[in-house]
Design a protein around this ligand. Structure first.
Ligand code: SAT
Ligand code: MN
Length: 594
């Protein structure tokens, strides 16, 4: 082992002792050639990227058009999350719940440690101290990821507050989430993503892909954090956070949960339609994927974005769909699995300009063979590069949430927007969420499944207990946000999308804030309060008669079937499912029969 391994002794004797001990244990198991403690500095990043360029891990993009930007090509078998290989390992199987794959902790450690045995020979072990959330926020939580992937280090540097300040906080607090990662052989048959919520630990082997390898993200900030949040009285959610400023200068913050690759990044960075812009409406971005919230002294929910960057889906990102995202990724960006133009610019389907010559696998582009960019290709970029970046992202107190939104891809039945009657009804709406699957996870795309609160792949404990935890926030003291459901993806008889989406979604947000303030109208139905087409400002939006009927209509017969299916779904969780939620389902199902 070289000299940098000895470096770790510099921390011995401090309250970082448990960290040192763990690093030493991992090094003894994995046998790296060297150990490097990441400080997060520019010099460190420059050295790492230069080494990755030299060995082909990173390809330099056109420095004139995309300064400081890189392309990484994954192993073609390693391009998405792997839900079938992702486990929650609690002592009691029921604590993980039917929503998770489960393995007993001892068995899980034994199986994955066998893979880690000697896996870092010839490699460097990187120690990445990181903080999820503003470094000085009481809502933030720290972790340390050990990895043998410099690509992971470079991404974690963008996605988290990584390095010296995080290490100082860990030293002060004396505890942290332990994440151990190795790319292993990138063999899908030797791959596991394992979570040990009771030990605040993660072990991930055999994948270099974002959600499997950047352990601060889904593994820590959702699966482990959701478990921590339950015991500590807060919520860790798969939600964007945006600020909506009206012409009077009031800002309302909205948190919205959608499954992966269903437009969270686009909504978080929305640019208002022309007329709204002129009137002075503005959207600011606090986060695009994860939201941690907790009641403040005034009983409102305050939210932080635990992340510092965006790991967004590239395909479909264009000047038209998301100009803020496109502006953000013109420099200092890592692209993963996109195509290349003749002059080495990144390219993906839906970009709307340029032409690919090389596909994401590095082969000459051939439209008949495969798309230029993988459907789950990504960009990694600092949130601060976004023109709509909200400085409130750094507020240690967080931002007060006025509305929570749930939504999914629902081609039929579900109208554009409706409002929950109260908190319990809102929790049921979240619990009953469904969506078509996307390329963010391996497996079939476009299959309808229940994805409660967009947390199906990410809740680190039994969904029945999770719904109870949500219900508990309605304790008489809290001033909770209103809850809404939206569906941007309703299709017409011809299969076309009926709602224009993107910037026009502001019209729906405006209605929600009108409901929060008591100024906007709605019609009561068994499924919740629906706007009529005239309750929304639709000036300048051309909607067909079919669109108006389906976007603002309530289809009783279809909802009767839907509620029967929701009832069956809740039953799958057995006696742990809170009675209040079952009662709510029955109440609405009965109303639907009237
Ligand atoms: O790959 S990630 O899990 O980080 C992104 C997503 O699928 O939401
Ligand atoms: Mn996500």
């Amino acid at each position: 082992m070289n000299a940098s391994f000895i470096d770790m002794s510099a921390h011995a004797g401090s309250s970082l002792e448990s960290l040192n001990e763990w690093v030493a244990q991992v090094a003894a198991l994995t046998r790296p050639d060297a150990v490097h403690w990441c400080d997060g500095s520019d010099a460190e990043n420059d050295a790492l990227t230069a080494a990755m360029q030299a060995d082909g891990t990173l390809i330099k993009l056109n420095e004139e058009t995309h300064p400081g930007s890189w392309l990484h090509r994954s192993d073609p078998q390693d391009v998405a999350r792997v839900e079938h290989l992702t486990f929650v390992c609690t002592t009691e199987r029921d604590d993980a719940g039917p929503n998770n794959h489960w393995m007993a902790p001892a068995d899980a450690h034994a199986r994955i440690d066998a893979l880690f045995d000697g896996c870092m020979r010839g490699r460097t072990l990187y120690v990445i101290p990181y903080c999820m959330g503003p470094i000085d926020s009481p809502l933030s939580r720290c972790g340390v990821e050990i990895t043998d992937s410099p690509y992971v280090v470079a991404n974690m540097r963008i996605m988290t507050r990584m390095g010296a300040p995080a290490l100082a906080r860990i030293e002060r607090e004396g505890h942290f989430v332990k994440g151990l990662h190795s790319t292993g052989e990138l063999d899908p048959d030797r791959r596991f993503i394992m979570h040990f919520p009771e030990e605040l630990a993660i072990k991930s082997y055999g994948s270099g892909y974002g959600g499997n390898a950047l352990l601060g993200k889904k593994c820590h900030a959702l699966r482990i954090a959701s478990h921590q949040a339950r015991t500590e009285g807060w919520l860790a959610e798969h939600m964007l956070i945006l600020g909506l400023e009206n012409p009077q200068g009031e800002t309302h913050y909205i948190a919205a949960a959608f499954p992966s690759a269903c437009g969270k990044t686009n909504l978080a960075m929305l640019i208002p339609p022309e007329g709204y812009l002129k009137d002075g409406w503005k959207v600011t971005t606090v986060g695009d994927d994860i939201c941690w919230m907790r009641p403040g002294g005034d009983g409102r929910l305050y939210a932080i974005n635990p992340e510092a960057g965006f790991f967004g889906v590239a395909p479909g990102t264009s000047k038209k769909s998301n100009p803020n995202a496109l502006a953000s990724i013109q420099y200092n960006t890592i692209f993963t699995n996109v195509g290349l133009t003749a002059d080495n610019q990144p390219w993906w389907e839906g970009l709307g300009e340029g032409a690919p010559v090389t596909d994401w696998r590095g082969e000459p582009y051939n439209a008949a063979k495969r798309p230029a960019a993988h459907p789950n290709s990504r960009f990694t970029v600092s949130a601060r590069q976004c023109p709509s970046y909200s400085p409130e992202s750094e507020n240690p107190v967080g931002v007060p949430i006025s509305a929570i939104v749930f939504g999914g891809r629902r081609p039929s039945l579900v109208p554009l927007v409706f409002e929950a009657r109260d908190w319990t009804h809102g929790v049921l709406i979240g619990a009953a969420m469904g969506s078509e699957t996307t390329a963010a996870a391996t497996g079939a795309v476009g299959v309808m499944r229940r994805d409660p609160m967009a947390m199906k792949p990410f809740c680190g404990y039994n969904f029945a207990d999770y719904f109870s935890h949500w219900l508990d926030f309605d304790n008489g003291n809290n001033k909770l946000p209103k809850i809404f459901h939206v569906n941007w993806f309703r299709r017409g008889a011809e299969g076309d999308f009926l709602w224009p989406g993107f910037g026009e979604n502001l019209r729906v947000l405006e209605w929600m804030i009108g409901r929060v303030k008591g100024t906007a109208g709605a019609v009561e139905t068994p499924i919740g309060n629906l706007p009529t087409a005239s309750d929304l400002n639709l000036e300048g939006v051309a909607l067909s008669a079919e669109a108006v009927e389906k976007l603002f209509g309530f289809e009783r017969a279809g909802w009767q079937e839907e509620f029967a299916s929701i009832g069956e779904y809740l039953e799958e969780y057995g006696p742990r499912m809170p009675q209040a939620l079952k009662d709510e389902q029955r109440r609405i199902a009965a109303q639907l029969q009237d």
